[in-house]
Design a protein around this ligand. Structure first.
Ligand code: 3H9
Length: 647
């Protein structure tokens, strides 16, 4: 079947695009639309054209799978111009999302209407590029420079109602989109037509506008190229002619499309979409999840319960006594109240989320749970006791998960009557915010249990990644190597602030030492001490020296840095320099680039070991773990992508 079909309703023609899954602008689709313009221009009976899409969405953008290949005719900017120049007015009828090239096509139309719930946007910067078919040139003509800057440099789509307020669309409709579009078209034909978007003027912004935007965006972008290049294009649109701005945008688009950042972001884009549905589980039916139990209402348990509630799942929260339960429910309330404060939830939504949590101190309350996630203290005896209770009270087919981050899940599952339904589900704190979910099967875990872990990941809108069993799984194992490597540099005489600055320069929000000061040095210290007590040969870390000196991070007024009371700004510490001096054996000089290359290289080397041992299934899984769990800059593609790029 053709991806573009034409139908007639009186003097209005409807062009329907049907190019699953998301009506991306493949060459065939561009050609189909190109030809449709000619066909309809040549048909004297047609007075206006409605452009509408089949399936789940309007055009979601250029076909990203074509980005690695040479551009093929008809080029998108030419197609947008052709639609705008058509002899009959075109009306874009938008449902789902009109994104990137999809919204650019819509801007080529004389009118845009959208269903309530639809959104429009220019997410190109999230792919390391700028809009390449007039997004930076037409958007300010429709909505002014401020809205255009927000839309294009931020990459975040806006909902129909806001799009209407901004002038990006002409009407928001409900019900039958096609009928609404036909009615809109008939009415529009009664009025004089508005100017094509390319012919509209752009109001000149206040003096200093561009400079202020540049400063703000550079700060936010932390080395990511596309947002600033997009700003440059928008400025050109405001200051030069339409044609000059178009040429500038196209050249920038083509240059960035071939850049390493864009390649990295494309790889992440596809890895993220592949992650929730791994090929090896394609034919395995997950267990239906209707009711979930969470054991433990501490930071982690409450975060997990909140994530489940955000996904609409009823939750039973179990704590050991009434007091702990009250604390756990209080933690949940704090999370939802925070959502209200940040404008993410209404008061009534927050109340509804909390009302969906049933607190209990008796495991019998879990009799009808389909899945139970344990999030209690990281101590093997405590965890085993929980699973003994679960085995007694849960249904035989209920899935039992541990949220352990460092313990061996096999040891936790020992003695369970039906180990096929046991699995590790490692959330990251705060669990209702962080996207990463490490899914850790044991040898006994059934395919159905594993598939259910992924189904949960999808339901919670997480990035699920399968990990094998080793200390720290994928993410914490790499973190350990990263920290050890950073300490290695300290031993060679590289200064703490230099290392942190190098990693910030690379694109992390924080360097390794600042991050430890924020999170606390004691957790990893206690793990090392535990391993030592169990007879393992764990070498002395520099962090151990600090913790023994009472320096556990910001919470104790000092860790790798000193902190003035009530302040979070790190200050170099003479005490730390003195404590560590005996361990500094060399004085090497390294540039920040060399520092970052060294540390990222070590992360990648650990990643390679993890792959070789079969702990991770692919390099892109490791990259997703680092990006979504550890703040690795997305536009670098992850340590494995970065290492591959260097070789
Ligand atoms: C652009 O437009 C540049 C222009 O300015 C200039 C050009 C000259 N291409 O996300 P989902 C696939 S840049 C190819 O799970 P949802 C995706 O891989 C583009 N494929 O669906 C997946 O495949 P599979 C700007 C694409 O319902 C399937 O579709 N546009 C594309 O949760 C379903 O995807 C964007 O960045 C694509 N553009 O969400 C929009 N998009 O089933 C990116 C998706 O084989 N897309 N696929 O795994 C989205 O944001 C979401 O897909 C959308 C639907 C919100 C539309």
């Amino acid at each position: 079947m053709s991806v573009v079909t034409i139908a007639h309703a009186g003097e209005i023609a409807t062009v329907t695009i049907d190019n699953p899954p998301v009506n991306a602008l493949s060459q065939a689709l561009r050609q189909g639309l190109w030809d449709a313009v000619a066909t309809l221009d040549a048909d004297p009976a047609v007075k206006a054209v409605v452009l509408i899409c089949a399936g789940r969405t309007f055009i979601a953008g250029a076909d990203v799978t074509e980005f690695g290949k040479p551009p093929m005719e008809p080029h998108l900017p030419d197609l947008v111009a052709r639609i705008e120049g058509a002899q009959k007015p075109w009306i874009a009828a938008i449902h789902g999302s009109a994104l990137g090239g999809g919204f650019e096509i819509a801007m080529g139309c004389r009118f845009r209407i959208a269903l309530e719930g639809a959104s429009v946007g220019l997410p190109e910067v999230t792919l390391g590029i700028v809009p390449g078919a007039s997004g930076t040139v037409r958007t300010p003509r429709l909505a002014g420079v401020q809205a255009a800057v927000d839309l294009v440099t931020g990459g975040k789509p806006v909902k129909a109602a806001k799009a209407k307020t901004l002038g990006l669309i002409d009407a928001v409709v409900s019900g039958d989109l096609q009928a609404a579009a036909l009615a809109f078209a008939r009415e529009a034909l009664e009025q004089p037509l508005p100017l094509p978007v390319s012919q509209r003027p752009i109001a000149t912004p206040e003096p200093g506008f561009w400079e202020a935007q540049q400063t703000a965006i550079a700060k936010r972008a932390r080395g990511e190229a596309a947002p600033l290049r997009a700003l440059e294009c928008l400025r050109k649109a405001a200051e030069a002619s339409f044609d000059v701005a178009m040429a500038h945008e196209r050249a920038t688009f083509l240059e960035l499309r071939a850049s390493e950042q864009a390649q990295a972001l494309r790889a992440v884009f596809f890895a993220e979409r592949a992650a929730p549905r791994p090929a090896h589980l394609r034919d395995v039916e997950p267990v239906a999840l209707r009711k979930v139990g969470v054991i433990g209402g501490g930071t982690m348990g409450a975060g997990i319960a909140a994530a489940l509630r955000d996904a609409g799942l009823p939750v039973t929260l179990i704590e050991r006594d009434a007091e702990a339960l009250a604390r756990g429910l209080g933690n949940l309330k704090t999370i939802f109240d925070g959502g209200v404060k940040r404008g993410k939830l209404s008061e009534s939504q927050a109340a509804e989320r909390l009302a969906g949590v049933t607190g209990a101190t008796d495991y019998a309350a879990l009799a009808d749970a389909d899945l139970v996630i344990e999030a209690v203290f990281e101590e093997i005896g405590v965890k085993r006791a929980v699973f003994t209770e679960l085995a007694r009270h849960c249904r035989d087919d209920a899935i039992m998960a541990t949220n352990t981050s460092y313990l061996d899940p096999r040891a936790i599952a020992e003695g369970l009557p039906n180990p096929a339904r046991f699995i590790g589900l490692h959330f990251f704190s705060p669990a209702n915010v962080m996207k990463l979910l490490e899914i850790v099967p044991t040898a006994e875990t059934s395919a159905q249990t594993l598939a259910t872990g992924f189904a949960l990941g999808r339901a919670l809108n997480k990035i699920p990644v399968q990990a094998g069993i080793c200390e720290g799984f994928i993410g914490n194992r790499i973190l350990k190597r990263y920290r050890a490597a950073a300490e290695g540099l300290l031993r060679k005489g590289v200064a703490i602030p230099e290392i942190d600055a190098a990693m910030r320069g690379y694109g992390f929000a924080m360097g390794p030492f600042e991050a430890q000061d924020l999170g606390g040095l004691d957790i990893a210290f206690l793990q090392r001490e535990g391993a030592r007590a169990a007879g393992q040969a764990v070498p002395e870390a520099l962090a151990d020296i600090l913790v023994r000196a009472g320096r556990k991070g910001q919470k104790t007024g000092g860790g790798w840095y000193d902190y003035a009371p009530g302040e979070r700004a790190p200050r170099s510490s003479i005490t730390v320099a003195e404590l560590l001096a005996p361990h500094v054996t060399e004085f090497v000089s390294m540039t920040r680039e060399e520092i970052a290359a060294d540390l990222v290289g070590q992360m990648a080397a650990e990643g390679q070991a993890i792959l070789d041992e079969g702990i991770a299934r692919s390099p892109s899984d490791i990259d997703l773990v680092e990006i979504h769990g550890y703040g690795f800059p997305r536009w670098r593609g992850g340590p494995m992508f970065a290492a591959q790029g260097r070789s």
